[in-house]
Design a protein around this ligand. Structure first.
Ligand SMILES: NC(=O)c1ccc[n+]([C@@H]2O[C@H](COP(=O)([O-])OP(=O)(O)OC[C@H]3O[C@@H](n4cnc5c(N)ncnc54)[C@H](OP(=O)(O)O)[C@@H]3O)[C@@H](O)[C@H]2O)c1
Length: 266
């Protein structure tokens, strides 16, 4: 059973909740989750997280919303362990039905030809933020919350660019591919976890603008500019699709679903 009943009490962690898809997720989820649920909003900008928190509380004032400003580019087992310990002390974790982690934080990295991406430090930093921090947070999430809730859900926000080779995107794409496979392996190993890899489609966020502004390749910039005029989604639209997939449970644990897979089939 992979469906998630949002009317049940949950403890929900969202990384990258300060803007873009992560902020939309926090706001959209707050419309349907159990009013005594807790939302833990994680990103590096404290002020932007506070803005997300106030938008969430405008939707449902009874929710317990905790902001946790942290730079995920320096993953640390100790720091992440402290994060969960502090959150669990702060919020009401009694009678939880679900504990949910949404791995959404991400950066686009350096958009250059692969042969010119030869700075080891740059690669290491990129992978620290976009892969290792998610792996480490995930491990703490499981060990710290499995005894608190009846069921654990994990959502990994992935990308088509991790499955199809796009020019200039070896850094972004290879890391998304690694992260997606990590969660697929976890899903086959741990049948008690429910894991979804969700690919949100092209979404109007800062990340999309960064591709248009910084990609070295003219063709890539042009095709993203074109998509911006034609197929781009709002963060709300793709998030509604994700929440619908979770509510209906129309996936096998570990599966990857792209926004357009379901648009095509409906
Ligand atoms: N937009 C698209 O078209 C698209 C398509 C496919 C997949 N995605 C994926 O969707 C996810 C969200 O992307 P988005 O488009 O919403 O991007 P965005 O608007 O650029 O937001 C990125 C989020 O990640 C957080 N983040 C970045 N660096 C961080 C750091 N060092 N420490 C902590 N948090 C950090 C940011 O928070 P702070 O700035 O406060 O740190 C922000 O909340 C990403 O995983 C992305 O790869 C996006």
């Amino acid at each position: 059973m992979t469906s998630l009943d949002f009317s049940k009490k949950s403890l929900i962690f969202i990384t990258g909740a300060s803007r873009g898809i992560g902020r939309a997720l926090a706001i959209e989820m707050s419309q349907s989750i159990h009013p005594q649920s807790a939302l833990v909003l994680i990103a590096s900008s404290a002020s932007a997280l506070e803005e997300t928190k106030s938008l969430v509380l405008q939707v449902e004032s009874t929710l317990n919303v905790v902001t946790y400003p942290i730079d995920l580019s320096e993953p640390s087992d100790d720091v992440y362990e402290k994060l969960f310990d502090e959150v669990i002390k702060k919020v009401d974790v009694s009678n939880l039905d679900y504990s949910i982690f949404i791995h959404n934080a991400g950066t686009i990295g350096c958009l250059k030809k692969t042969v010119d991406l030869n700075d080891v430090e740059l690669w290491r930093k990129y992978y620290d933020l976009n892969l290792i921090s998610a792996i480490s947070l995930n491990s703490k999430f499981i060990s710290k919350t499995k005894g608190l809730a009846k069921k654990l859900f994990i959502v990994n926000i992935t990308s088509l660019c991790g499955r199809v080779p796009f020019v200039n995107m070896s850094m972004y794409g290879s890391c998304k591919a690694a992260r997606e496979l990590f969660f697929k392996v976890l899903a086959v190993e741990e049948s008690n976890l429910t894991i979804l890899n969700y690919s949100p489609g092209p979404v109007a966020t800062d990340m999309f603008e960064t591709i248009i502004e910084t990609a070295e390749d003219d063709g890539l910039r042009k095709s993203f500019k074109e998509t911006k005029k034609t197929d781009i989604l709002t963060p709300q639209k793709t998030v509604k699709m994700l929440l619908d997939i979770l509510k209906k449970g129309i996936f096998e644990s570990g599966q990857t679903i792209d926004y357009f897979d379901l648009v095509k089939s409906t």
